[in-house]
Structure formats: structure tokens, C-alpha cells
Design a binder for this molecule. Structure first.
Ligand code: GH3
Ligand code: MG
Ligand code: MG
Ligand code: MG
Ligand code: MG
Length: 303
């Protein structure tokens, strides 16, 4: 899926060669174009290309365009794609049906190139703004890492994947030691600075593509480590502990000798079989290990 800095991709689903040629000539200067000439092909191309918008012919050789739209709106990986219907059908009932099914717009042939271009541009802009807001809603403003809301979604999704694929899933809870004292000594703004440095240091320790970090709340962070067993989680947690302990704050007056430490609690499930009941139980197990780490002296990992 495109970020705001790359050319948007438009999927054209159209079986009539001359209309397809016309649409291509109208849009090829502004967008990367991908094409499907049948409904079934549209699903496959959309999954592979994650277009920013789809122009959908109503009459297709295999599946009715309305049915294609219905299927897109029911599929989690396709439903966000804005759909504009293109049709020779002037019947308002058909238009009403298309919009009700979740299409953004309905354009009848013959169309005016400039009007269709304007509609496509507007819907792509809107989609991008929505995506930016979705990212913002899932990001912690202080540290720039994903927030609790994002964690809840990711953890739930990874839990389901673990159950489906029977591969282990690990969580690591990270809680900064005596952070209240640090705030009291150096002030809240410096505490904020430390939180940002800690978040960056933890993020640097994540090596696998699926590894994920969120700010769980306050001075607590959480890692989601898919396909990672208990030993693997312990290794990551130990690296995180060392990375936090290695932070230096020489640039801040009076903080040259400051050492920040954290306590970490891990939990793993799905290996060799699933034995805790849902993500909440896995989280609670990590939390219990975290509190064991606190009780046994802090600056340590309990696994
Ligand atoms: P422990 O070793 O037992 O974890 O002690 P602690 O002091 O870290 O734990 P406690 O939960 O008592 O205190 C957490 C502190 O974190 C209190 C709160 O003011 C501070 N805190 C939470 N969120 C923020 C934040 O966004 N910025 C700053 N500067 N401080 C925060
Ligand atoms: Mg057709
Ligand atoms: Mg805490
Ligand atoms: Mg605490
Ligand atoms: Mg703490």
C-alpha cells in the first residue's frame, strides 16, 4: 500500500478493450495502473498490488460488479480500497445498490475525462488522509512507537496466528526501575526525554521483521515476538535490558552519572501446545514475571 510519497496505484477492472484503452490513456500519467478484465482476477490483483483505488466496471464476464464490490467490502485485506463504479447503466436503483454496498462513487459512461480524474483524485486524497489518521491513532505521541490501542490489535492478531499456525508467541513486558524518583530528581520534562531514549534503544534491539514494540502505558513498554520461543524471548529481553543500561545522558546537566535500568517479564505460549487461555492470560503471565523481577532486585529478566 502506498505511502504519501509514492505514486498511487489504481486498479482498473474492465473487460471492454476500448474503454480500457481510454481509461489507461486518462490515468497513466498520474498513477501506476494495474488491470483486471474479470472479477476473480480483480481479487488476486488487488491482494497483490494493494491499490489506492479501484475503478470497477459493473458488467464483467464472470462475476457481477456489485458482487465484486460486496466481496471486497467483506474481506479485511481489501475492504479499505475505495471503489468507483463505471457503468453504462443509468438506473438509479443500481447506483443506490452500489453505494449501499460500500462503493465511494458511481460514474456513468460516457464520462468526461476531467470529471472522472477529479473524482479519482479526491477519493485517493481522502483515503490517504484516513490512513494518516489511522497511523496517528495507533502511535504514542511522546515516543513515536505504537500505543496501547495498536498493541491490543497486534497482540490479538498474533495470538490468532499463533493458534492457527502452531508457532510460539512471546511477550516481553518492560518496566523502568524507580522512574518516579528520576522524575522527582531531574524533572518531568527530562523524564519524558528518558522515555524517548528508552523507546529508541528498545526498538533498536528488534531484529526480526515481525517483532513489535509498543508503549503499554506510563514507563512500561511491551514487545510482541511472533514465532519466538521461550529461549528466544529471554535473549531479546536480556539484550533490551543491556541496551537500556548502556544509555548515557551526558548532555544533561547533573545526569552524567545517571544509569537507567529496567525490569523485564517474559511469557510464551504455543510451544509445544497452546496452554494459556487467550492474549490476556499471556499478558498477565508476563506481568507476573515482571513483578518477580522487581521483587528479586530489579534490573533483571524473569522468563
Ligand atoms: P518500579 O521500579 O517499582 O517500577 O518504580 P517506579 O517508580 O518506576 O514505578 P511507579 O509505577 O511507582 O512510577 C511510575 C512513574 O512513571 C510515575 C509517573 O509519574 C511516571 N510517568 C508515567 N508516565 C510518564 C510520562 O509520560 N512522562 C514522565 N516524565 N513520567 C511518567
Ligand atoms: Mg463490461
Ligand atoms: Mg510501572
Ligand atoms: Mg510501578
Ligand atoms: Mg517502573
Amino acid at each position: 500500500m502506498a505511502g504519501t510519497d509514492v505514486r498511487p496505484t489504481v486498479l482498473i477492472v474492465e473487460d471492454d478493450p476500448s474503454t480500457l484503452r481510454l481509461l489507461s490513456s486518462i490515468f497513466r500519467d498520474s498513477y501506476d495502473l494495474v488491470v483486471a478484465t474479470e472479477g476473480r482476477e480483480a481479487y488476486a490483483v488487488a491482494r497483490a498490488e494493494q491499490p489506492d483505488l479501484m475503478l470497477l466496471d459493473l458488467n464483467l464476464p464472470d462475476i457481477d460488479g456489485l458482487q465484486v464490490c460486496r466481496t471486497f467490502k467483506a474481506e479485511p485485506d481489501l475492504q479499505h480500497i475505495p471503489i468507483i463504479f463505471l457503468t453504462g447503466d443509468q438506473n438509479p436503483a443500481t447506483e443506490e445498490k452500489g453505494i449501499t454496498l460500500g462503493a465511494m462513487d458511481f460514474v456513468t459512461k460516457p464520462f468526461t475525462a476531467a470529471v472522472l480524474q477529479a473524482r479519482v483524485r479526491t477519493h485517493i486524497d481522502l483515503r490517504r488522509k484516513t490512513m494518516a489518521l489511522e497511523t496517528l491513532a495507533g502511535t504514542d505521541a511522546l515516543t513515536g512507537v505504537p500505543n496501547r490501542r495498536s498493541f491490543d490489535e497486534v497482540a490479538e492478531r498474533e495470538w490468532r496466528r499463533m493458534a492457527r499456525e502452531r508457532s510460539p508467541l512471546s511477550l516481553v513486558m518492560v518496566d523502568i526501575d524507580h522512574f518516579k524518583g528520576l522524575n522527582d530528581t531531574f524533572g518531568h520534562p527530562f523524564g519524558d526525554h528518558v522515555l524517548r531514549r528508552v523507546a529508541a534503544a528498545v526498538r533498536e534491539q528488534l531484529r526480526r521483521p515481525g517483532d513489535y514494540l509498543a508503549r503499554f502505558g506510563g514507563e512500561e513498554f511491551v514487545l510482541v515476538l511472533p514465532a519466538t520461543d521461550r529461549n528466544g524471548a529471554g535473549t531479546v529481553a536480556e539484550n533490551v535490558r543491556l541496551a537500556i543500561g548502556a544509555l548515557r545522558f551526558d548532555d544533561h546537566p547533573g545526569a552524567a552519572d545517571l544509569r537507567v535500568t529496567a525490569s523485564l517479564g517474559c511469557s510464551t505460549d504455543g510451544e509445544p501446545k497452546r496452554d494459556v487461555d487467550g492474549i490476556a492470560a499471556l499478558l498477565s503471565a508476563a506481568d507476573q514475571n515482571l513483578y518477580r523481577a522487581k521483587r528479586s532486585g530489579r534490573n533483571r529478566v524473569e522468563n
